[in-house]
Each structure stands twice: as C-alpha cells, then as structure tokens.
Design a protein around this ligand. Structure first.
Ligand code: C2E
Ligand code: CA
Ligand code: CA
Ligand code: CA
Length: 278
C-alpha cells in the first residue's frame, strides 16, 4: 500500500491482467480460426408437431480448437461481436449453411428450410443485402428455404433504417424470424411494424412451464403471434410436459433436446431419417 503512489499500474490486479491476456489470446485465436478452417456447423431439427416431421433446422456454430477442443458459441460470439469478427464469421456460417442445405436437396431429401443466426453487428453492415444475395446465388439455394434469425437488439437502431433493411432482405424471398422473443425490450408496437415471418419463443419462458407466470407468458406470445399472423416456434423443448403445453396452446412448431440436440451434418441425416419414421 505504501508503494501505491509510485505505481500507475496499481489498478491492474493480477486477475485483470489475466483477463486482458485471455481476451487478447481469444481474439488472436478467432482470427486464426477463420484461416485454419476451425469452425464447424451443427444442425438442430425443427419439428412440425401435427405431422411430427422435420420442417427445418437451425445452423449453430462451434469452434474446433486445436488444443482446447470444442468451444461453444457462448464463449466466443460475444467477443466476435465486440471486435467485428462476427462479420466474416457470420458470412462463413451463412455460406456453409446454404451449401449444406443445397447438398441435402441434391441428395434427394425433401427440401427444408435452414435458419441462420444474424448478429446485430452483421445486420448493421452496409453490404448485408448484397452479401446475402451473393451467397444465395453462389450456393444456388432457393431463397424460400433460408430464414435469418434476428434479435430485438437490432431495434436499438433507427426504426426506419431497421424496417427498410428488413424489407430489402424480405424482397430477396427469404424469411425473417425474431429470435429469443420476449427477452428484449422492444415494444409490441415496434414489433408489429417489422416485416417478420416467425416468432421464436425464448427457451427461458418454456423452461419451467409449471410456474404460472412463464406459462402465461408462453400462452400470450403464442396467441399474439396468431393474431399478428406470424408463425411461432418454441425453442428449448426438453420435456413431454412442455410438448403437451404447446399442443394445448396450438404452437405447432418446436425445437429442442426432446427431439434432438444440435448434431453434425452427417448425424443430421440419421436423425432426419429416424424422426421421419416416428
Ligand atoms: P440461440 O440462437 O438462442 O440458439 C439456441 C441455443 O439453445 C443453442 O445453443 C442450442 O444448442 C440450445 N438448445 C437447443 N435446444 C435446447 C434445449 O432443449 N435445451 C437447452 N437448454 N438448450 C437448447 P448454442 O448452440 O450453444 O448457441 C448459443 C447461442 O450462440 C445461440 O443462441 C446464438 O445466440 C449464438 N450462436 C450460435 N451460432 C451462431 C452463429 O452462427 N452466429 C451468431 N451470430 N450467433 C450464433
Ligand atoms: Ca437462434
Ligand atoms: Ca434463441
Ligand atoms: Ca439466445
């Protein structure tokens, strides 16, 4: 404590140094990961509950790190967003997801849509619409099979800008889903103005359906989606009880561990076949 006055680095607690070091290392690693092709996509089926058939899948990124092994997006997407690395990473995800979808169609599977997460940072990119156009044409994916998942965080920006951009994306013939719905702060009035096709009920609301409040929220979101003529899908469905709830409230699309966790492209084909047989 006596030394403090002399040392300008007094604020740098060892943990702080460690934190900064780890961040810098992570950022460096992420830059390399793109070059080294260390990212991979997993696919989680989305089920139409009436028919019990797969109608789509969500593409979810993983990082196969040479030393650390499989790294979950929760551990690198936030920093990717901060540093802007999410832009090239997201572009890679979109291209890969479209390519895979086309490959499955060419292999003879009935066409299904693919949902790709779009971060707010990507959404802000000037050339987003051009990029999506280019990727669709390069991969040959029919736009009706692509859905982009946005979150309420895009609503932090100028309303006209957001609406115009979403309209431009919709003009390409793709679909737009509002992900994690209910966790953000956007108003219903605002939501109503956005040209979206689907509401994804956040898994936190489905988490404990037995708790009165959450089931109320779920039921409200489902009813609201219906009134707004939107498609609605529940994510994070893990139990038969949750499934019954969805049936009861007529939410006829779901995604979750009850059906399948996210799996590799190879495993997806197996999952696909097994779920179609049920
Ligand atoms: P998200 O978009 O809300 O994706 C759903 C997350 O819930 C996935 O986690 C998925 O594996 C998990 N999940 C699915 N079913 C269940 C279930 O029944 N129970 C539980 N507890 N979890 C379930 P994941 O793959 O770890 O991704 C986490 C988040 O990382 C995503 O949340 C998304 O925000 C972000 N992310 C993943 N891939 C990408 C990407 O390619 N681009 C961007 N920008 N973000 C991504
Ligand atoms: Ca998502
Ligand atoms: Ca979500
Ligand atoms: Ca989420």
């Amino acid at each position: 404590a006596k030394e403090q006055g002399r040392n300008t680095y007094q604020f740098y607690e060892p943990e702080m140094n460690d934190f900064i070091y780890k961040r810098a290392q992570l950022e460096q690693g992420l830059r390399k990961a793109l070059e080294l092709n260390e990212f991979t996509l997993l696919f989680q089926p989305q089920i139409e509950l009436n028919a019990g058939k797969i109608i789509g899948n969500e593409a979810l990124i993983r990082w196969k790190h040479g030393v650390a092994g499989m790294i979950s997006p929760a551990d690198f997407i936030p920093l990717s967003e901060e540093t802007g690395l999410i832009v090239p990473i997201g572009e890679w995800v979109l291209r890969k997801a479209c390519e895979q979808n086309v490959a499955w169609q060419k292999a003879g599977f009935p066409p299904m849509r693919v949902s790709v997460n779009l971060s707010a940072r990507q959404f802000q990119q000037m050339n987003l619409v051009e990029n999506v156009t280019e990727i669709l044409s390069e991969t040959g994916l029919d736009p009706q099979y692509l859905e982009l998942e946005i979150t309420e965080t895009i609503a932090m920006h100028n309303e006209e800008y957001v609406i115009a951009k979403l309209n431009a994306l919709k003009k390409l013939g793709i679909r737009i889903a509002m992900d994690d719905f209910g966790t953000g702060y956007s108003s219903l009035g605002y939501l109503n103005k956005l040209p979206i096709d689907t509401l994804k009920i956040d898994k936190s609301f489905l988490g404990d359906i037995k708790e009165g409040q959450n089931s109320e929220i779920c039921a409200t979101i489902i009813a609201m989606a219906r009134n707004m003529n939107l498609n609605v899908i529940a994510e994070g469905v893990e139990t038969k009880e949750q499934l019954d709830f969805l049936f009861q409230h007529k939410c006829m699309e779901a995604q979750g561990y009850l059906f399948s966790k996210p799996v590799s492209a190879d495993e997806f084909v197996q999952t696909y076949l097994s779920i179609q047989e049920v």
